[in-house]
Every structure is written in structure tokens, then in C-alpha cells.
Ligand binder design. Structure first.
Ligand code: PMP
Length: 370
């Protein structure tokens, strides 16, 4: 045996830039206002908070594993959305479910397709299973169905579509989604990642769940991390045909959602008021911030139309995105700069509380003038 050999990660892993979490404190040590992770600025609804506290108070249950099948949560989801509970799968965040889709259907020699400026997890999910990630061209930051369909090959096994998309915020219409699905071979799993679906108006529904109800190869994923304000507990869910769900279950982590997380998520689904308030708050301040930033067009500022709880803002003038990013940090705001995702000229900013949103707009004005 060669005792001088050294342990080496697989080459693709060394090629991935490590995740660098945003700073939490500014130069003066004061905490930064965090508008970098698309969290709910209203926090968590009272019902979910109460259920979480009650579950946490039961310390006698700490030594026991949580329900491996998240049964009560699946029943609650099914009842709310008119689904078959046996075809709902819960995950450690929807991130786990996205990874499961790749792990179940793709491997070495296969391709996994998504749009350029897609959600960052897709590339890692593909590489992790040895598959080749393929990016289709966007159309001015939006999903281009024709480009996606043109990129499908005999090796395509999974197509990911975040709808609406992170980091661009753009929404593919119901017609787009139906056309994309219709053009895909039936041996491809079409993953419709609806992490931001609850922010949409009813008429913006992309029809994903209807497709997942009736088609054998469509997997819709949702999350409790965004509008439900439960990002800390890591809870996502998905819906697909019985065959797809059965396959995904075989390789998932057995106890993937915590006990308190399952309880909090059940309660969150019963808190329509909180969801409605969160959606309305977001729509109001997203529209306000969009207007404020569009008035800075003379500085080369452009806002990509957003259906999400964040804006992708392009800085194409004299003061670039990196400079604005650093000046915002000095002013106490952390947003997301995206050079690693091919967007060095853009910042993604979450819609915060009223004060945070007004403060951010003012700080951007100062940053551009300075
Ligand atoms: N999909 C998209 C498009 C997202 O933006 C996110 C959160 N950043 C996720 C999935 C994953 O969310 P979670 O794992 O918290 O459910």
C-alpha cells in the first residue's frame, strides 16, 4: 500500500466554488439588514410558531426519530391542494427533492437540462450524480421554451424549470409550460420547481400541479422556506405519479424532516391569513421598489420583471453591481451579487419590510451617486 498517497476529491468537486454565506455584520459591527436569501420579511405566522413551540417543548420525544413518512404533513398538503397523499413526498427542503430527481433518473453519460441563469442547485445536482449539466440560452433573462426544446438530446434524462425562476424572478406562462412539456420525450422527468408559487396571483398559475396530477413524468416541488417563513426547519414537498414517487423514496434520507418542522408546516398550511398578508405585502413593495429603481434608468439601472419575492437588478452604467454591492454593505444592507452565476453585472435583492425596502432604495440612490 502507498502510505504517501493523499485523499483527493473528485475533480468536478474541486472545480465548484465553495458556498460563501453573506456577511452578517457590517464594518461597524452592527448586524446587516439581510435581503440576500429571499426569506419572508414578516417572519413566520402565529399558527406555525405555536405548533413549533409545542413540538419543541416535548423534550421526551427528542430521543425518538420523527415520522419517516411525514404522514400528517402529506395528508394536510393533499387535502389543501386536492392531491393523493400517497403521491406527496416531503424533503429536507425542496433542495433534497431536486437532488433526488437527478439521483433517481440520471447518471454518467446522461444530460440534465435547464435554462441559463437557472437555480444554482441544478448544476450541482447534475454533477453529483456524474451527469452533464446543459444550459439552454435565456431570452433576455426569461425562459426560452424553444431554446430548451432545441437542447434536448437522446441523453436528456431530467429537465429542471424553476417557475418563477431564481435568480431572475421571471415567470414562464401556463402556455409556455404546456408547450415545453408537450415537446419533451416521455422518458425525461420534467421537474417544475415552484418554490415561489405562493407569490403568484391565481391567474398566473403555471398549471404544473395539474400536469403532475395527470402525467407520468412530471414532478412539481414546493417549499415551506419562502412564503411560509420556515426556512430554518428545512421542509419541502413534491408531487408526481405513483411510479416516480415510489422511486424517489427508495434513495431519500429515511428521516428527512424534523418532528417540529412537520408540525410547524401542518400549522402553516392552516394559516391562510398569514400567507395572504405575506403575498400582498410582497406585491405592494415589489411594485414600489421596481418603480423606484426604474426611475434610475439614467444610471444604467434595469429591473428584470419579477413574479417572486425578490428583484434581479442590472447595473449597466458607470457604477457597476460590485461597487453598489459594497456600498450597500457599508450602508448596512446585504443583497446578493452573482458573479458565480454569470451575472457579475446584477444584484438580487429580497423584498423586505416597508422600512427595509425604503431604506434599500435610498441606499441604492446614494450608492449610484457616490
Ligand atoms: N428552488 C428555488 C428556485 C429556490 O430559490 C430555492 C431556495 N433558494 C429552493 C428551490 C430551495 O429551497 P428549500 O431547500 O429551502 O426548500
Amino acid at each position: 500500500t502507498d502510505t504517501t498517497a493523499s485523499l483527493t476529491p473528485k475533480p468536478w468537486i474541486s472545480g465548484i466554488a465553495p458556498y460563501v454565506p453573506g456577511k452578517s455584520a457590517g464594518a461597524d459591527g452592527r448586524p446587516l439588514i439581510k435581503l440576500s436569501a429571499n426569506e419572508n420579511p414578516l417572519g413566520t405566522g402565529e399558527k406555525a410558531r405555536a405548533a413549533f413551540r409545542a413540538a419543541q417543548a416535548d423534550a421526551d420525544a427528542l430521543s425518538r426519530y420523527p415520522d419517516p413518512g411525514s404522514a400528517a404533513l402529506r395528508e394536510t398538503i393533499a387535502a389543501k391542494f386536492g392531491l393523493d397523499p400517497a403521491r406527496v413526498i416531503c424533503g429536507n427542503g425542496s433542495d433534497e427533492l431536486l437532488h433526488l430527481a437527478a439521483g433517481t433518473y440520471a447518471g454518467a453519460g446522461d444530460e440534465i437540462l435547464y435554462v441559463r441563469y437557472g437555480f444554482a442547485v441544478y448544476e450541482i445536482a447534475a454533477r453529483r450524480v456524474g451527469a452533464t449539466p446543459v444550459e439552454a440560452d435565456d431570452r433576455d433573462y426569461a425562459t426560452d421554451v424553444d431554446a430548451l426544446l432545441a437542447a434536448v438530446t437522446g441523453k436528456t434524462r431530467v429537465v429542471y424549470l424553476a417557475n418563477p425562476n431564481n435568480p431572475t424572478g421571471t415567470l414562464a406562462t401556463r402556455v409556455d409550460v404546456a408547450r415545453l412539456y408537450a415537446g419533451l420525450p416521455k422518458d425525461v422527468l420534467f421537474v417544475i420547481d415552484q418554490a415561489y408559487a405562493e407569490y403568484l396571483a391565481p391567474e398566473q398559475d403555471d398549471g404544473g400541479l395539474e400536469l403532475a396530477k395527470t402525467q407520468p413524468n412530471v414532478f412539481v416541488t414546493r417549499t415551506f422556506s419562502k412564503i411560509h417563513g420556515l426556512a430554518a426547519e428545512r421542509i419541502g414537498w413534491g408531487y408526481a405519479s405513483a411510479e416516480v414517487i415510489s422511486a424517489l423514496h427508495r434513495i431519500r434520507l429515511p428521516f428527512n424532516v424534523t418532528r417540529a418542522g412537520q408540525a410547524a408546516a401542518v400549522a402553516a398550511l392552516g394559516d391562510e391569513d398569514f400567507v395572504t398578508r405575506s403575498r400582498e405585502h410582497n406585491a405592494k413593495w415589489r411594485s414600489w421598489l421596481t418603480g423606484e429603481l426604474e426611475s434610475l434608468g439614467n444610471h444604467g439601472v434595469r429591473v428584470v420583471p419579477s413574479a417572486c419575492n425578490f428583484l434581479l437588478v442590472l447595473f449597466e452604467g458607470d457604477v457597476g453591481a460590485e461597487t453598489v454591492y459594497n456600498r450597500l454593505m457599508d450602508a448596512g444592507y446585504i443583497v446578493r451579487w452573482l458573479p458565480g452565476q454569470g451575472l457579475p453585472h446584477a444584484l438580487r435583492m429580497t423584498i423586505g419590510t416597508e422600512d427595509e425596502t425604503r431604506g434599500l432604495a435610498a441606499a441604492i440612490r446614494v450608492a449610484l451617486a457616490g
